[in-house]
Design a protein around this ligand. Structure first.
Ligand code: HEM
Length: 404
């Protein structure tokens, strides 16, 4: 199998702009289906119904730990995974490794600890909005949605904020598999990332500070709870997951509001609706379109199909969150939707560690943006907006707006 099933071409540019009609068809006709990923150049099973998605991510017959696969299956993945060295993190682990790694940092991300960051998040947001106002017309992603979460996560970790453009470049390379099959840039970015962190850790060893990086470093030095590559992988995961997602929650959320002027007016009239509004943004166009891959440990029967040992499988969270079996009128964007049990942050043991932080950043950012920019509007025809390639992250390439 080396070409995609044209009936279910999730990767086509037309699908990227709006995947919902295709997902509706897949939920009806082929809710568990084997496709070919043209970027990773491997077959991949895709699950599109809400109930099946929840079942999949809780099913321990599928592993997140590639080291458990046969050498042959690992080789097949290796082409698509030049990143083994920085993949030794909790999202690529099963219990007990997963539990050990997640426990090391989970306290830093509880709702209570995250709430302590509110005043800093507000201050950064206001500074960025001062600049936006001064410019009048901006790409909202570049000027606002990107710098906010990267600054917050860099400060929390203790990584120099000045290097944020460099992180953005590396991140873009490592999370987007190449379209031309050339994995060399990915390998290079992964190596540069490791070297960058090795130098930073050396500097920090000489000058400890009160940040997560210093705390994790001392755990690593104590011995058996965190290996050196696990430490770097953890920093990589937190840095990447800590900004690549929230930038698109803010971007897709603002885009959804601008597409639905009556919902925008409703939120402006009642800013207290921001919390359910952000939940609806997560459900309607969440920034993480699909889960990461899991692999069948053995030939495994799943909803009438046998998933061969070593083959990857993932669930579409965006599709699950538009399943009419779970949500009434799912294609309607309703900022007061109740109930709203979306799974945009995943489900089960890998449920997003950063969910409280992402929620805080998005609620503060969007409320202040609307409060301070009463004339916020798109600066281009909506049809001109372009969406990113790849099915993991759903986000715009640019979001040009005017505010004066
Ligand atoms: C709107 C923003 C975000 C969304 C939609 C999101 C979504 C997700 C999803 C769907 C997963 C599970 C993936 C899977 O099961 O394959 C996940 C895991 C994770 N996320 Fe987020 N995320 C967001 C923001 C953040 C932030 C700000 C952080 C910062 C620390 C973060 C850190 C993590 C980590 C560490 C994991 C792995 C958890 C584990 O394996 O136990 N995320 N996220």
């Amino acid at each position: 199998m080396s070409t995609n099933n044209p009936r279910y071409d999730l990767w086509a540019p037309r699908t990227r702009a709006n995947p919902l009609p295709l997902y509706a068809r897949m939920r009806e006709e082929a809710p568990v289906v084997r496709l070919y990923d043209p970027h990773l150049r491997t077959p991949v099973w895709v699950v599109t119904r809400y109930k099946d998605a929840v079942e999949l991510v809780r099913d321990s017959r599928f592993t997140k730990d590639m080291r458990k696969l046969s050498a042959e299956a690992r080789d097949r993945q290796a082409r698509s995974d030049a990143m083994e060295a920085i993949n030794q993190h909790m999202l690529m682990a099963d219990p007990p490794d997963h539990t050990r790694l997640r426990t090391l940092v989970s306290k830093a991300f509880t709702p209570r600890r995250v709430e302590e960051l509110r005043s800093r998040v507000t201050a950064i947001t206001n500074e960025l909005l001062d600049d936006v106002r001064a410019q009048g017309s901006v790409d909202l992603l570049d000027a606002f949605a990107f710098p906010l979460p990267i600054t917050v996560i860099a400060e929390l970790l203790g990584v120099p904020v000045e290097d944020r453009e460099q992180f953005r470049e590396w991140t873009n390379i490592v999370i987007n598999p190449p379209i031309n099959g050339d994995f060399a840039p990915m390998q290079k970015a992964g190596m540069e990332f490791i070297q960058y962190f090795q130098k930073l850790l050396e500097r920090r060893r000489a000058e400890p500070r009160d940040d997560l990086l210093t705390a994790l470093m001392s755990v690593e030095e104590q011995g058996d709870r965190l290996s050196p590559l696990e430490l770097i992988s953890m920093l990589f995961l937190l840095l990447v997951a800590g900004h690549e997602t929230t930038v698109n929650l803010i971007g897709n959320g603002v885009w959804a509001l601008l597409q639905h002027p009556e919902q925008l007016a409703r939120l402006r009239a009642n800013p207290a609706l921001i919390e359910p509004a952000v939940e609806e943004m997560l459900r309607y166009r969440g920034p993480v379109e699909t889960t990461t891959q899991r692999w069948a440990l053995q030939d495994t029967e799943f909803h009438g199909h046998v998933i061969p040992a070593g083959e990857p499988i993932l669930a579409s969270l965006m599709s699950a969150d538009h399943d009419p079996e779970q949500f009434r009128d799912p294609e309607r964007f309703d900022i007061g939707r109740e109930p709203n049990r979306h799974i945009a942050f995943g489900f089960g043991i890998h449920f997003c560690l950063g969910a409280p932080l992402a929620r805080l950043e998005a609620t503060v950012a969007i409320n202040l943006l609307l409060e301070r920019m009463p004339r916020l509007r798109l600066a281009v025809d909506p049809a001109e907006l372009r969406w990113r390639e790849g099915i993991l992250v759903h986000g715009l390439q640019r979001l040009p707006v005017s505010v004066d």
